[in-house]
Design a protein around this ligand. Structure first.
Ligand code: GDD
Ligand code: MN
Length: 361
């Protein structure tokens, strides 16, 4: 088969039939293609529409995912199902220019990956808000600096890849958020990337699922990819939460506990408050897909978290003293203590407090 077109969908009932119509028109010269709609059990019944379209034309297949959510993982699943020599990914909401599909596919004659780009001559973003434009530019620049990617639009959701190239890296992809292309380009180390300009159209129906959380996720993954997985995005989240705890401890002490309990007991209460806030933040963010939700789980989890942190504090203190004893300057000895205990706390919490099988996003 020549090509598989992957359409990830979530609540796109209003656009999907037209998107497929447009694809049919764009590919009218050939017969040997298929469309794979990967729908995450959309409440608006997009998957039903896809299935109906499939009954009328067997080249249209639908994978209704019941156990997962997320754009990148939907794309990876679709790419894995594709039987075409060439795989193409595009949005199902008509914001990508379907007339460029043949060009993107043809570009794979000489490249492993071809990217539909909004940020090159001939491309454009249509009516984007200032904030979105700025974020997108920032993300592109960061990709360039951290990962050395040469594409003008590494965040594009409109791209094509040879199946054999995709299969080479498929198992190593960590499909989260919206940054799949960036990850694939990094793993494939494709140097010259074929690019095809297109203008991003405004959305006609439905709404964007790009959220603030997705943007965060992007910058954390960049660190992960940039350090070749040495620093995981999860660890960064954990460290950021730890840092936020310092703020909580000071704030709750000076604004509250000092007046309620006095200096001595207040210090204690402030430490407890910081521990609680760290636990809650880790539970809802760092380990979100393993979240404790029942009261019993939360109580047990918090207890374990406190015990691990207490051991961590002891290790922190011991390392600091030991290094000081060896003649290290206090600030450096302290930094080492913090680093060692953070790593200790992280791995124990990962393996004990939030252990178990990750529930899918
Ligand atoms: N299966 C599935 N699961 N599909 C999803 C999900 C999900 O959780 N979230 C979004 N989609 C589908 C949408 O239905 C749509 O077809 C496509 O993915 C793009 O989602 P949008 O929410 O419309 O993204 P956007 O238009 O705001 O973002 C565009 O720009 C980004 C970078 O700037 C897209 O082109 C993205 O692909 C691109 O990364
Ligand atoms: Mn869109």
């Amino acid at each position: 088969m020549y090509a598989s077109i992957i359409l990830p969908t979530y609540n796109e009932a209003g656009s999907l039939p037209r998107a497929i119509e447009a694809l049919r028109a764009a590919l009218s010269g050939r017969e040997d293609w298929e469309v794979i709609v990967v729908d995450d059990n959309s409440p608006d019944g997009t998957w039903q529409i896809a299935q109906e379209l499939g009954r009328a034309d067997a080249r249209i297949r639908c994978y209704r995912r019941l156990d997962r959510r997320g754009l990148s993982s939907a794309i990876v699943d679709g790419l894995s199902l594709g039987t075409g020599e060439r795989l193409l990914v595009m949005d199902a909401d008509l914001q990508h220019d379907t007339s460029k599909v043949p060009e993107l596919l043809a570009a794979l004659d000489t490249a492993d990956v071809s990217v539909g780009s909004r940020f090159m001559r001939g491309g454009g973003t249509g009516e984007w808000s200032r904030r979105r434009l700025l974020l997108s530019r920032l993300a592109t620049l960061a990709c360039r600096m951290v990962l050395g990617l040469r594409t003008s639009d590494p965040m594009s959701g409109f791209f094509a890849v040879r199946r054999e190239a995709f299969l080479k890296v498929a198992a190593r992809l960590n499909p989260r958020g919206y940054k799949l292309l960036m990850e694939m380009l990094t793993l494939l180390r494709v140097k010259p990337v074929a690019e095809v300009p297109y203008v991003f159209s405004p959305r006609l129906v439905g709404e964007s699922k790009l959220s603030g959380a997705v943007v965060w996720e992007f910058f954390l993954s960049l660190a992960e990819l940039g350090t070749r997985n040495l620093i995981s995005a999860r660890f960064l989240k954990y460290a950021l939460v730890g840092l936020s705890g310092v703020g909580v401890q000071y704030a709750s002490f000076y604004l509250l506990w000092r007046y309620v309990l006095g200096e001595e007991a207040g210090t204690f209460a402030a430490i407890g408050t910081a521990a609680l806030s760290n636990y809650l933040a880790n539970n809802s963010w760092t380990f979100s897909e393993r979240r404790h939700s029942s009261t019993a789980d939360v109580l047990r989890g918090f207890g374990l978290f406190v015990v691990i942190s207490a051991c961590g504090a002891f290790i922190n203190q011991s390392v600091t003293w030991y290094l000081q004893h060896l003649g290290a300057l206090l600030p450096l000895a302290m930094a080492a203590g913090i680093a060692v205990s953070t790593v200790w706390n992280y791995f124990l919490n990962l393996d004990l407090t939030w252990k178990g099988h990750a529930r899918p996003e």
